[in-house]
Ligand binder design. Structure first.
Ligand SMILES: CC(C)(COP(=O)(O)OP(=O)(O)OC[C@H]1O[C@@H](n2cnc3c(N)ncnc32)[C@H](O)[C@@H]1OP(=O)(O)O)[C@@H](O)C(=O)NCCC(=O)NCCS
Length: 195
């Protein structure tokens, strides 16, 4: 946690700040979610038009279970990336990532920056695999996660409903970080033998 707050530059040149959500930032977070246009809210996991849904999700902070990382510009939230993990049980080493970027800051590398941060958080907290669950019609989100090395692992048919009640296929995309880590260790060791 010591590395935060952290300043990062977007492709477009703006310097933004990354910091885990603090307990006094709930109203700011509600403002961020409620300012999203309906077409962005439509496919989010919960209906963020209702403030109580946001409070249920983020109101009690426990970074061991839900780790929400905010991106802010001039104190205004412009994106959130969060990682959820089960406290115990057989999915305890699995992290579920969700990212929402304000439309005016999309395509500036912000999702990639947040996922990278969450990736290192996952490694530091002994997760083996991370996944993202995306409605099949959110092709831009699927492309963005593929761009970051996630692979489609399953498609669950008519599995979820959007906020209007329309049913959609759910795509599960994943990245096995444990395997990736071993490969990186091998790579680093190979380099060491060469020198
Ligand atoms: C999906 C989402 C998080 C992507 O955020 P972003 O900050 O725009 O993503 P990035 O700028 O890091 O994009 C990385 C790459 O993904 C791909 N990509 C992202 N958005 C895309 C789009 N609308 N169309 C096509 N490709 C896209 C591109 O390859 C992009 O690289 P490039 O810009 O260099 O070509 C954002 O569109 C969003 O918030 N959508 C609504 C919420 C959502 O669907 N979340 C995902 C479920 S967890």
């Amino acid at each position: 946690m010591e590395k935060y707050p952290k300043e990062v530059q977007l492709k477009s040149g703006e310097t933004i700040v990354l910091n885990p959500l603090q307990s006094d930032e709930m109203e700011k977070l509600i403002g961020f979610f409620q300012s999203l246009p309906i077409e962005e809210k439509m496919y989010l996991r919960s209906d963020v038009s209702h403030r109580e849904n946001i409070i249920k999700r983020f109101g009690t902070l426990n970074y061991n279970i839900r780790y929400p990382l905010l991106a802010t510009l001039e104190e205004k939230i412009i994106a959130i990336g969060s990682m959820y993990r089960a406290e115990f049980g057989w999915t305890r080493n699995l992290g579920e990532i969700r990212v929402v970027v304000s439309p005016s800051f999309q395509r500036k590398g912000l999702c990639t920056i947040l996922v990278k941060e969450l990736f290192f958080h996952a490694i530091a907290t002994d997760m083996y695999k991370i996944q993202a669950e995306i409605m099949e019609n959110q092709s831009s989100a699927i492309t963005a996660f593929e761009h970051m090395g996630f692979k489609k692992e399953a498609v669950l048919h008519k599995h979820v409903s959007d906020i209007k009640g329309e049913r959609h296929n759910l795509v599960i995309m994943s990245l096995d970080i444990k395997e990736l880590w071993y490969l990186m260790e091998d790579f680093i060791q190979d380099k060491m033998y060469v020198t």
